[in-house]
Design a binder for this molecule. Structure first.
Ligand code: PAP
Length: 337
């Protein structure tokens, strides 16, 4: 448990995700040595191992780096924030557990649980309060998620002898930015008002965003997927939108549970896509009115779910600046959006 340090009286009523000062001594000491910037939701972001985190997140990062023990059969879903995490969690959960619910689809857990509860983030949920959860009772394959950059993954995941599988989902950074801007505005305390689009855009371009810089995040996993394609599956949100059945089948194959011809003939691929569609998930009671234990409403994870919404927000100058960054940082590695 964290060593509880004195908190401001006003902080007591804050949802957990807005609390910055319930930290272990270890985390406080580390933070005091890290570069800091103003955050998008909470007041501070800290740069650890090259990437920006809130203090609460950072405590979870340290704890899972120390304690998380990957098993060979584990599946770890990795995304930059707003790349389609909720969708990927739903799809992967539905693929991996399909045999359990094929005969009773009305009892499917995705109908009554938000995908973030079914596939927990290691650093943001399981280890976030410096707790060490008992994960030994989970049935195999265990499904976890993380926003951690490759460099910060727990050693047991990165270990060359580990066989656990990683699925990385990324998205056009212009859509990521717009989605993140909306999301963080929703989560900001009301009295702070909305973040200026221009200022947050500038931060995003300088790499100062949750788990940013986005280019280093994407590149870390892109390189890992090139080196070890049997362990790291690299996917884009846009590909999933354009060719959903094909990508779903590729994902199932990568995970070692390909769809049989009979399953395909019975329409199981389409059933999963429908179950996990934006329209279906976003209209479920649990996702309209439920909340994470840390306080974020599930509805904050469903906005528009389309490709290219950046066109409605970014000026030609902004597009030029971000395109140049994408070109400079990513195209040399064969990555295009
Ligand atoms: P996270 O990384 O913070 O967990 P994440 O799920 O990646 O969040 O972000 C939500 C984005 O995915 C939203 O994008 P938008 O702001 O551009 O609309 C959300 O609408 C979109 N999204 C959520 N569920 C789905 C889905 N089932 N299909 C497609 N897009 C989805």
């Amino acid at each position: 448990m964290p060593t509880s340090l004195p908190t401001q009286p006003s902080a007591v009523s804050l949802p957990k995700y807005l609390q910055e000062d319930e930290l272990t001594q270890e985390c406080r000491e580390l933070i005091s040595s890290l570069p800091a910037e103003t955050g998008w939701v909470v007041d501070h972001l800290y740069q650890y191992q090259g990437f920006w985190h809130t203090s609460r997140e950072l405590q979870g990062v340290l704890a899972c780096q120390k304690h998380f023990q990957a098993q060979d059969s584990d599946i770890l879903l990795v995304t930059t924030p707003k790349a389609g995490t909720t969708w990927l969690k739903a799809i992967t959960f539905a693929i991996v557990n399909r045999l359990r619910y094929v005969d009773n689809p009305c009892n499917h857990p995705l109908l009554t649980n938000n995908p973030h509860e079914l596939v927990p983030f290691i650093e943001l949920k399981l280890y976030v309060d410096n707790q060490v959860p008992d994960l030994t009772t989970l049935t195999s394959p265990r499904l976890f998620a993380t926003h951690l950059p490759f460099v910060s993954l727990p050693a047991s995941v990165k270990d060359s002898s580990s066989a656990c599988k990683l699925v990385y989902l990324c998205r056009n950074p212009k859509d990521i930015f717009v989605s993140l801007w909306h999301f963080t505005n929703k989560l900001r305390p009301e009295e702070k008002g909305t973040n200026s689009l221009e200022e947050t855009f500038d931060k995003f371009c300088r790499g100062v965003s949750l788990y940013g810089p986005f280019w280093d995040h994407i590149l870390g996993y892109w390189k890992a997927s090139m080196e070890k394609p049997d362990r790291v599956f690299f996917l884009k949100y846009e590909e999933l939108k354009e060719q959903p059945s094909l990508r779903l089948k590729m994902l199932a194959e990568f995970l070692g549970c390909p769809f049989s011809p009979a399953e395909e003939a019975n329409g199981l691929v389409d059933d999963i896509l429908k179950l996990c569609s934006f329209d279906n998930l976003s209209n479920l009671e649990v996702n309209r009115n439920g909340k994470m234990s840390s306080g974020e409403g599930y509805n904050a994870f469903f906005r528009r779910g389309v490709v290219g919404d950046w066109m409605n927000y970014l000026t030609p100058e902004m597009v030029g600046r971000l395109d140049q960054i994408i070109e400079q940082k990513l195209h040399g590695f064969g990555l295009k959006f």
